[in-house]
Design a protein around this ligand. Structure first.
Ligand code: 5GP
Length: 122
């Protein structure tokens, strides 16, 4: 599938719509989620046009990948989330209900986060 240049995060990257920015460098932009699920809910995105984690992990350069991982760790540290703990998550594709087709990592923090996946209903 070709990268959709009209997705909302592509518009944020182009400066066409605003975001509450928390971090930016050559390869990475991070901003607060518009509908936060936790007191701290940050989205970390690569500046390159990658539609998913699958796309990013297979197509991005080593420099982009290393920069992205380093930035995500730094953002969590700067949010003061390390001691109490935090969760990082990336939804990839339909079964994961990925809404925005530009790869993004969620950083959740600021309260106890519960189990990672709901146990199946009996
Ligand atoms: P996904 O389900 O794709 O992993 O998550 C997409 C996330 O993007 C959701 O948590 C949603 O609240 C967030 N989101 C959608 N549109 C916008 C927007 O225009 N600005 C910001 N900051 N977040 C957005």
């Amino acid at each position: 599938m070709a990268y959709d240049q009209s997705n909302i995060f592509a518009k944020i990257l182009r400066g066409e719509i605003p975001c509450d920015k928390v971090y930016e460098d050559e390869h990475v932009l991070a901003f607060r989620d518009i509908n936060p699920q936790t007191p701290t809910h940050v989205l970390v995105i690569p500046k390159g046009a990658y539609e998913s984690f699958d796309d990013f992990s297979s197509q991005a350069s080593a420099e982009e990948i290393a920069g992205f991982v380093r930035a995500a760790g730094q953002i969590a540290r700067e949010a003061g989330a390390v001691e109490a703990g935090y969760r990082i998550l990336a939804n990839n594709g339909p079964d994961a209900l990925q809404e925005v087709p530009h790869f993004h990592l969620h950083i959740f923090a600021g309260k106890p986060l519960g189990r990672m996946i709901k146990p199946p209903e009996k």
